[in-house]
Design a protein around this ligand. Structure first.
Ligand SMILES: C[S@@+](CC[C@H](N)C(=O)[O-])C[C@H]1O[C@@H](n2cnc3c(N)ncnc32)[C@H](O)[C@@H]1O
Ligand SMILES: [Zn+2]
Length: 362
């Protein structure tokens, strides 16, 4: 992580500021002001948060996160891990508590390759583009740019941008030129490590990736992604966003609402970090994953209420809805013979603090 990002980052437990710490382990620096490895300490509650291969892990229970993601971290970031940091992890018994590497699905090439394709390539250039062209009568275009354009019509530039559930970073990459600072948060260590490689070129740039054709057959695809110097990605959850209140001009959240345990807490958390007059842009296909969200807390999709109606109502508790698009195709290409096609609902809303007395949007 860039040391300059510390000005914006907060303890996910108590919201106090964070500082680099040398009391348990030495800090390792990379290029410019990049903190490659070490610990951050909360200035108030004194909880320690690790930085591994440049990825700051700002979750409420950092040791639990490390133990539960130990295999993924060692697999993805092992080559950047120093001996002293490995010893620190052992001193906390994280290697003892972690699950066997073979029982954990950590293969980013399979899990994240569809997202790298979705975020940084054009559907029209897919190896199976002919079959896709026949299916999609209209050109698919640049889905993530068109999604962001819904907000740019109302606010063209701003101070600070946040994407929640940023995955491999495509929205932050697109938004960064229009903001002074652009942040992405994701609960997945592998996703944040990849996003930092793709968008910041840290700890090493990723100039190509492997796109699955079928089975064990892959195609190596070159990527030419312009580096963004005003972007940062950290591991964090929407359940404890590590930012001060009233911090962002635009917060986006794509394809996350149907995964989180409590959609109502998501809109509240977003409202807390948006500035007065700021915008919230969200989209979802309302798949509703039972494994992560209890049926009781889904926004619609039950009790005769559609998800679109329930989400509009939920967002309206804190914001004023200013624009909507529905049934927007979102396609995730897995391999030549398998794509997931969703129909998304986009909502653009303005922070209620920007609403005038007569109910109109100021
Ligand atoms: C379906 S993917 C969507 C990724 C990206 N926003 C897009 O539209 O291409 C959901 C992402 O949210 C992340 N995620 C899941 N739960 C999260 C949480 N509680 N806080 C932050 N990110 C989370 C996942 O790791 C994953 O990268
Ligand atoms: Zn704290």
């Amino acid at each position: 992580m860039r040391a300059q990002s510390l000005a914006d980052l907060r303890c996910p437990r108590c919201s106090a500021a964070l500082s680099p710490s040398e009391d348990q382990i030495e800090l390792v620096f990379g290029r410019l002001d990049e903190i490659r490895e070490g610990l951050l300490v909360c200035n108030s509650c004194e909880e320690h948060y690790p930085v591994i291969a440049g990825v700051a892990i700002l979750v409420e229970n950092p040791l639990t996160y490390l133990a539960m993601n130990y295999a993924a971290i060692v697999k993805e970031a092992g080559k950047w891990l120093s001996t002293s940091f490995s010893r620190y992890l052992e001193s906390k018994s994280l290697d003892l508590l972690s699950e066997d590497t073979t029982s954990v699905s950590v293969g980013w090439r399979r899990d994240y390759s569809p997202y790298i394709f979705a975020h940084y390539e054009r559907l029209e250039t897919a190896p199976n583009s002919e079959a896709l062209r026949r299916t999609m009568a209209v050109p698919y275009g640049d889905w993530y740019s068109e999604f962001l354009a819904m907000a740019s019509r109302h606010m063209n530039t701003g101070d600070k941008f946040l994407d929640i559930g940023s995955n491999v970073g495509g929205l932050v990459h697109r938004a960064a030129p229009r903001f002074k600072l652009a942040y992405g948060v994701d609960l997945s260590f592998s996703a944040v490590l990849l996003a930092r490689q793709l968008v910041l070129g840290e700890p090493e740039p990723l100039g190509s990736y492997r796109l699955q054709r079928e089975g064990a057959r892959y195609e190596s695809r070159d990527l030419k992604i312009a580096t963004r110097t005003n972007a940062e990605f950290v591991v964090a959850s929407v359940a404890g966003l590590p930012f001060p209140q009233n911090n962002f001009d635009l917060v986006t959240c794509a394809n996350l609402i149907d995964i989180v345990p409590r959609p109502d807490q998501l809109t509240q958390a977003v409202h807390a970090v948006i500035r007065p007059n700021g915008f919230f842009l969200t989209t979802d296909p309302y798949f509703w994953h039972l494994g992560t969200a209890s049926l009781e807390s889904w926004a619609g999709g039950r009790n005769n209420e559609t998800s679109a109606d329930a989400m509009r109502k939920l967002v309206s508790e804190q914001f004023v809805v200013v624009d909507e698009r529905d049934m927007v195709p979102w396609l995730l290409r897995y391999y030549d013979r398998y794509c997931q096609l969703f129909f998304n609902h986009h909502i653009l809303a303005k922070s209620a603090a920007g609403v005038l007395d007569d109910g109109s949007v100021g």
